[in-house]
Write a protein that binds this ligand. Structure first.
Ligand code: HEM
Length: 424
């Protein structure tokens, strides 16, 4: 069964955080601000399901994320999305690590962790820089003579896809397929991306066929890539005996990596450039002192919060922010709100590239926290740092030159189109 699309709902004046139009119109931050002030643990009914608790304050998001025994990510309890993954399994997969709880979660996470250790990520720096330079060459050609260029297509989408292809050990020419499948997977509320249920079914078949071919190739000829790690790892079965992972688990993990490694970094890149276009003084600071770029990268992720939320399910009755949460209730942690929490940052609604030069600044929660803290955070940070180093050096005046079109989604804060000009 395919996922239901988010329905519109009348809420007696309360906001509907599930409404994908809220994020497409980029109006969510004002709604979250009001909720943090008046109703930080807010009951959000759903037209097509049981409703959920919306968690909007930083401390509550952190506390929930660090207590997986009480707030489960497990697929059998509903999983990590607002819809119930155990009822709606469009991919017919077994749970991947993001929908598992301890102790099983650790065994799955260990399988691919070697692909993300600091030494390995640092070792990718020169290759990522070469990719960035190539993409900027192309941008320069397209944007010559003051032409407007579509930045998402030319750079923001292209870089993470190429890096993902490298992680998988596949040619760059496979990138467009990975891009299309990823869009379709997270695009259930955007008719431009999820054209129809039949189209999604077709994408799933293609993805599974492609992933199966890779698996077979890596079983026969292992390499250093993530697919080889999956094809050759063992995980404990119900009796604790280690055995090769099932094909359904592999597909689930493959899809997780395709989506996680792609949408998030893409939208941080485009959202970051948009923020710099709208905040000229901040751009000037980076131009005069590029050593601020690592701080800017953290600020961009705080500002954009590319993953809007993750969901947990209460495993017992409990209380949060004065609200009684019952066993089985869905609890949705809004990172986009936690990252603007007034109690954590001075002027959270100000985009400040120097914010993270203060070592006491609160950690941004865009990568999550706790058990499921983003496995690809270092890789994403590296891509963003190199991209902004090279982009600002080469095109100090690059700016958004036309309307930004956003993704219709309550899960990913996405930018689909963003025209830029390279010079004033
Ligand atoms: C700016 C870019 C990124 C953002 C904002 C981001 C955000 C997140 C968040 C919020 C989670 C936590 C999920 C939870 O607590 O339930 C997560 C988990 C994860 N991310 Fe990322 N991510 C980014 C980039 C990447 C990249 C580049 C990769 C890999 C290529 C990746 C792979 C993963 C994986 C595998 C998990 C699951 C970890 C687990 O369940 O233990 N992410 N990410």
């Amino acid at each position: 069964m395919l996922r239901p699309k988010a329905e519109k709902l009348s809420l007696d004046g309360g906001p509907d955080l599930k409404d994908p139009d809220l994020y497409m119109r980029n109006e969510h931050q004002e709604v979250f601000k009001a909720l943090r002030a008046t109703s930080p643990v807010y009951w959000n009914p759903e037209a097509d399901a049981a409703g959920f608790w919306a968690i909007t304050r930083y401390d509550d998001v952190e506390a929930i994320s660090k207590n997986p025994a009480l707030f489960s990510s497990a697929k059998e309890n509903g999983g990590h999305r607002i819809f119930n993954e155990n009822e709606i399994d469009e991919n017919n997969t077994e749970a991947s690590m993001i929908s598992l709880d301890p102790p099983t979660h650790a065994a799955y996470r260990r399988m691919v962790t070697p692909g993300f250790v600091p030494k390995r990520i640092t070792g990718m720096e020169d290759r990522i820089r070469a990719r960035v330079i190539r993409l900027l060459d192309r941008l320069e050609t397209r944007g010559a003579n003051g032409n407007e260029v579509e930045f998402v297509d030319a750079v923001a989408a292209a870089l993470p896809i190429e890096v993902l292809a490298e992680l998988f050990g596949v040619p760059d020419s496979d990138g467009p397929k990975l891009f299309e499948w990823s869009n379709a997977t997270v695009g259930e509320d955007d008719p431009e991306l999820r054209v129809s249920d039949d189209y999604m079914r077709q994408c799933i078949i293609e993805m599974a066929t492609y992933a199966a071919g890779l698996w077979q190739a890596r079983v026969e000829t292992p390499g250093e890539d993530l697919i080889s790690m999956l094809a050759h790892s063992k995980i404990p079965n119900a009796s604790g005996v280690a055995e090769p992972m099932s094909f359904a688990t592999y597909i689930g993990t493959f899809i997780l990596l395709v989506v996680a490694g792609n949408e998030t970094t893409r939208n941080s890149i485009s959202g970051g450039l948009l923020a710099l276009s709208e905040n000229e003084d901040e751009r000037k600071k980076l131009l005069s002192d590029p050593s601020l770029i690592p701080s800017a990268v953290q600020e961009i992720i705080r500002w954009v919060s590319p993953v809007l939320h993750m969901r947990r399910t209460a495993t017992a009755d409990t209380e949060l922010g004065g609200q009684k949460i019952a066993k089985g209730d869905k609890v949705v942690m809004w990172y986009a709100s936690a990252n603007r929490d007034e109690t954590k940052w001075k002027d959270p609604f100000t985009f400040d590239v120097t914010r993270y030069t203060d070592t006491h600044a609160a950690t941004q929660l865009g990568f999550g926290v706790g058990q499921h803290f983003c496995l690809g955070s270092r890789l994403a940070e590296l891509q963003l740092r190199i991209l902004f180093e090279e982009l600002l050096k080469r095109f100090p005046d690059i700016h958004v030159s036309g309307p930004v079109r956003r993704l219709r989604s309550n899960f990913i804060a996405g930018i689909k189109e963003m025209p830029v000009k390279l010079t004033r």
